[in-house]
Design a protein around this ligand. Structure first.
Ligand code: PEP
Length: 249
């Protein structure tokens, strides 16, 4: 089963218009073949980045969306709005949303469903904390997070979705799962999907995220069940991010 790798850059709450221009120009010139690349800037920069990427083959994504359709939800942004500004992807269930903003599995499921209904491709994040890893609960935690969505949306919903395994202890810490640790979790996630539908499991892209850098990307992406990366800090530096994309392609 060949799966086209995907590298998605999550800018988090970083960047200015100058970065939009710099990264768009560098990526237009430097994007390698054989890999899909998506950039997920903060909401206000979506229109400018969308314009700067037009016709480049690079994709736009958002970092979050509302769990409701349009209406009286002050401060929220709907899936339809993201679509209107050219987003293809949206990150759902990032650990910073779960930990800092109290998003639980129910909200993650609602956001996943809203994204799919509107025609966006959710990038569903799952991952364990350090305490959970040390208690040897990793597989149980990530499969529970995944199955919350599968039970509500049906396994077919994964046909137009991407999964990202992001160990919480590796995000923004400089600690990375070893390729073997990451591969073991990715294989477990794929097996859990295969229990429901082997074809869908074979087609599902599972990204690794957690302190991926140019110098550790290649051995991670060489693992059979790792289909690219969700990149935080390193996606803000053009050369570094392009090198990561190259490692995936
Ligand atoms: C992320 O926030 O999704 C992430 C993986 O961040 P970092 O690469 O900075 O660890």
């Amino acid at each position: 089963m060949t799966r086209t790798p995907l590298v998605a850059g999550n800018w988090k709450m970083n960047g200015r218009l100058a970065l939009v221009r710099e990264l768009a120009a560098a990526l237009r010139d430097g994007k390698p073949e054989g890999v899909e690349v998506a950039l997920c800037p903060p909401y206000p920069y979506l229109p400018a980045l969308g314009e700067a990427l037009a016709g480049s083959g690079l994709d736009l994504g958002a970092q979050n969306l509302a769990d409701h359709g349009d209406g009286a939800f002050t401060g929220e942004v709907s899936a339809e709005m993201l679509l209107e500004f050219g987003c293809r992807f949206v990150i759902v269930g990032h650990s910073e949303r779960r930990q800092l903003y109290g998003e639980d599995d129910d909200q993650v499921v609602s956001k996943f469903l809203r994204a799919r209904e509107a025609g966006l491709t959710p990038i569903l994040c799952v991952g364990e904390t350090l305490r959970q890893r040390e208690a040897e609960e990793t597989d149980q935690v990530v499969v529970r997070q995944l199955m919350a969505v599968v039970e509500a949306a049906g396994v077919e919903a994964l046909e137009r979705a991407v999964l990202a395994y992001e160990p919480v202890w590796a995000i923004g810490t400089g600690l990375t799962a070893t390729p073997e640790q990451a591969q073991a979790v990715h294989a477990g996630l794929r097996a859990a999907v295969a229990d429901r539908d082997a074809d869908i499991a074979g087609r599902l892209r599972i990204l690794y995220g957690g302190s991926v850098k140019a110098d550790n990307a290649a051995p991670l992406f060489a693992q059979p069940d790792i289909d690219g990366g969700l990149i935080g800090g390193a996606s803000l530096k053009a050369e570094e991010f392009i090198a990561i994309c190259r490692a995936a392609g």
